[in-house]
Design a protein around this ligand. Sequence first.
Ligand code: 13P
Ligand code: SF4
Length: 363
Amino acid sequence: MELQQVDIGSEYHELSEEVLSARITARKEELGEKLLILCHHYQQESVYRFADMTGDSLKLAKHAAACNDKPYIVFCGVHFMAESADILTGDNQAVILPDLRAGCPMADMASLDEVAWVWKELASVTAVDRIIPVTYVNSSAAIKAFVGERHGSVCTSSNAERVLTWALERGDKVFFFPDEHLGRNSAIALGIRPEEIILWNRDEHLGGNSEDAINRAKVILWNGYCTVHMQFNAAHVRMWREKDPEVKIIVHPECTHEVVSGADHYGSTENIIQAVSSSPTGAKWAIGTEINLVNRLVRLNPDKEIHSLSPFQCLCSTMYRIKPKYLLWILDNLVNGEVKNQITVDPDTAKLARIALGRMLEI
Ligand code: 13P
Ligand code: SF4
């Protein structure tokens, strides 16, 4: 979802990196305990350095839920993350996204209308009360509410396998959206056979599947994807294998199954950081995830040899929209008692979405 960002004015656009940095530091001090800045690992360094807490989607959601004493939560990430934080925090807390244009293209690949329509199509050929819907956290609050209302759960890249197991204990099938690849990688890791996994092509009747295939399927995948992680391919894996057999390959599960199955390890951004940071001196890594995180790992691990899996820069351009000037503009306004760019989920949607998020946090 792309929202409009107001023009913050030339006074901010003209500030140098040093001035921005000094003023953000001063504003943080002024706001003190009232302020919490959460940063996703894909944030650029000039913003990431101001984080009170950094993390993957799960860690940040948990942290937001636990911080009920912070009236202002500035979320340096993308829109769905700020929505989840708003759902998990109290009415007396404001969750703020410094640039409203920071959305997630993958989350936009599943609208409530489309998902509801597919659910109806499924109901015309199979027993939907035996299907458990699971949505990746990279989805709108409306989608999470849809799932919450139908006994389903949210998942993140660090718990998708656990959530799928939970869902298959409660139903015959899982309808997984919006990320085809996280869904397939998790299902295959659980031993679900490829013929029990079907892809729903939204442009075709019954998603391009026969009634028989739908009824035999255990996992039905939405055909959404991450534009960043789709840039890694099997040729990159082969290139590193041929170049240096000592290089270990670690990738995010939003990559295709070809890439994940060719890698040595896969996991969420937090898992990738842990694996690389805890490896011995001299370890060699090729990493298949967003470039700001890869570059940070290079800087923080000078005793290791770290590369991006792809020779091209795989940048998440929406995460990149959060810049120091927007962060400063938000903090200046907070100091003056004004809350800009607050992300609010309407109470009815929030109530149902909270059920789906709550299930995930319990699983
Ligand atoms: P995690 O940080 O949860 O691994 O997810 C990455 C992501 O897709 C952010 O959009
Ligand atoms: Fe969305 Fe991919 Fe960017 Fe994550 S990295 S915010 S999934 S586009």
